[in-house]
Design a protein around this ligand. Structure first.
Ligand code: PLP
Length: 449
């Protein structure tokens, strides 16, 4: 089951960080000040200042405490680093060349000439914006070409693309489900699914990671009490690089007459011999899953999200999902870039082969050096789990100084014990770059292990 307590009530481990956070939590845990009948000092018309000033927002104050703590520990913030150009297997930050593991450019298609040319041609023809919601007057032929291509990839009736991957999950789940429904999701599911579930007002429960048997039990207990039930899993989990036994999930959802949604943000272009995702990997028919969801921002070098599935689903979303109906159409160059990337994926499956080989090499070398990589399968996402946020941040800084760009993932994005560096491997990394990276990582790993 998910931790449904408010984030500020969850236990946080760690030494200095723990104390800093605890101070903030203690402050937040206090009873709210009663609204005074007489205006008091620091109150305007009896309203405490904290209720109308952003800098007194308790969550912002927690953030400040974290930043100040990091500063006191001499940790350079690893966030918002400015890349000078295209970030692929290598990048340049502040004029310094680095091997890069912090971008989703899995197949090296961001910056590919064919993708750039397609985007430029779309700008020349349609301009930079769709200038309206698609049902109103934002429709361009390129939108339908992209959607047809995605539907073909999944062997389903149709697809719809939206301007953001995150917003796709929020609006689709938020729109299709309601208070009489149940949403069951893997405990490691992406934030966008959680936000969609919250918006829907449905009952939300999580099941242990990848545990289809626990899901089956939950459905046995709960199914009868709800109208629609949605089960959500990811194709490849974005923090751990592992994947569910999808055929088992399909059996469970069929047994209990539930809908199954698979978020392929990190599996499209990565999994399966031709990079067609988890469906190809397991040899499933398109109809095995009710909602194929994915993002265009990772392997497809663009931006946006999609849903592919049966006609009634896609038509429903195109006419009524608020995030589609009341939002501008995808910018034509963005759609054109994704379509060109999809064409390259079909024409050049050797990119996928190389990506998978690179991931396997990275994982094997890391494990051989005793680096904790969790359940990663080596499919593009490989964590190096330090188990401590401060150590993850320090290790990221050390590697950065040694010419390797990799982001730390720290609490609250993962539990404190799961703090890590997350490596995104690309088809463009060379064997030498991977070997050098593991050597450097292993050299500094002893300081955290
Ligand atoms: C599993 C998953 N779903 C959805 C999203 C949101 O996609 P986007 O960043 O394209 O909005 C992400 C982003 O990283 C993700 O990892």
């Amino acid at each position: 089951m998910s931790d449904r307590s408010p984030p500020h009530k969850r236990r946080v481990a760690g030494s200095l960080k723990e104390r800093l956070i605890q101070q903030a939590l203690d402050r937040r845990g206090q009873e709210p000040e009663p609204v005074a009948s007489e205006p008091a000092a620091g109150h305007a018309n009896g309203v405490p200042e904290a209720f109308y000033r952003f800098h007194l927002h308790p969550v912002y104050q927690e953030l400040r405490i974290m930043h100040e703590g990091a500063e006191r520990l001499g940790i350079t913030p690893p966030f918002f680093r400015r890349h000078d150009g295209i970030a692929g297997a290598t990048t340049s930050i502040g004029g310094n060349a680095l091997i890069n593991y912090a971008s989703y450019n899995y197949l090296g298609l961001n910056g590919h000439p064919a993708v750039e040319e397609a985007a430029i041609a779309a700008i020349r023809r349609y301009g930079t914006s769709a200038s309206a919601s698609r049902p109103v007057s934002g429709e361009r032929p390129i939108h339908r070409e992209l959607e047809r291509s995605l539907a073909e990839l999944y062997d389903v009736d149709d697809a719809v693309v939206m301007v953001s991957g995150h917003a796709t999950n929020v609006t689709v789940i938020g729109h299709l489900f309601g208070p009489r429904d149940l949403i069951l999701h893997d405990e490691l599911i992406h934030n966008s699914v959680l936000q969609g579930a919250l918006l829907s007002g449905a009952r939300r429960l999580s099941f242990p990671h990848n545990d289809w048997q626990a899901l089956d039990r939950l459905l046995h207990e709960q199914r009868h009490a709800f109208e629609r039930v949605l089960v959500v899993v990811e194709g490849i989990y974005s923090m751990d690089g592992d994947y569910p036994d999808l055929p088992r999930f399909v059996e469970v959802k069929e047994r209990h007459k539930a809908f199954l949604m698979v978020d392929e943000a990190h599996s499209l272009g990565v999994m399966g011999a031709k990079g067609l995702g988890i469906r190809e990997h397991f040899g499933l028919p398109g109809g095995a899953v009710d909602l194929w969801m994915g993002t265009l921002s990772k392997a497809l070098a663009s931006c946006g999200g999609y849903i592919a599935g049966e006609q009634a689903l896609v038509e429903h979303l195109k006419f009524l999902a608020p995030g589609f109906l009341y939002s501008v159409g995808m910018p034509p160059p963005v759609a054109a870039a994704a379509l060109a990337a999809l064409e390259l994926l079909r024409k050049e499956p050797e990119r996928v082969t190389q990506l998978q080989a690179n991931g396997t090499l990275f994982l094997e070398l890391a494990r051989a050096k005793g680096i904790e990589t969790g359940p990663s399968t080596g499919l593009a996402v490989i964590p190096a789990i330090t188990g401590n946020s401060i150590q993850a941040a320090r290790l990221s800084t050390t590697l950065f100084e040694a010419g390797i760009n990799v982001q730390p993932i720290i609490h609250p994005a993962v539990p404190e014990k799961g703090a890590r560096l997350r490596f995104f491997v690309s088809s463009e990394h060379t064997e030498q770059q991977i070997r050098d990276t593991i050597d450097t990582l292993a050299q500094h790993w002893t300081t955290v292990a």
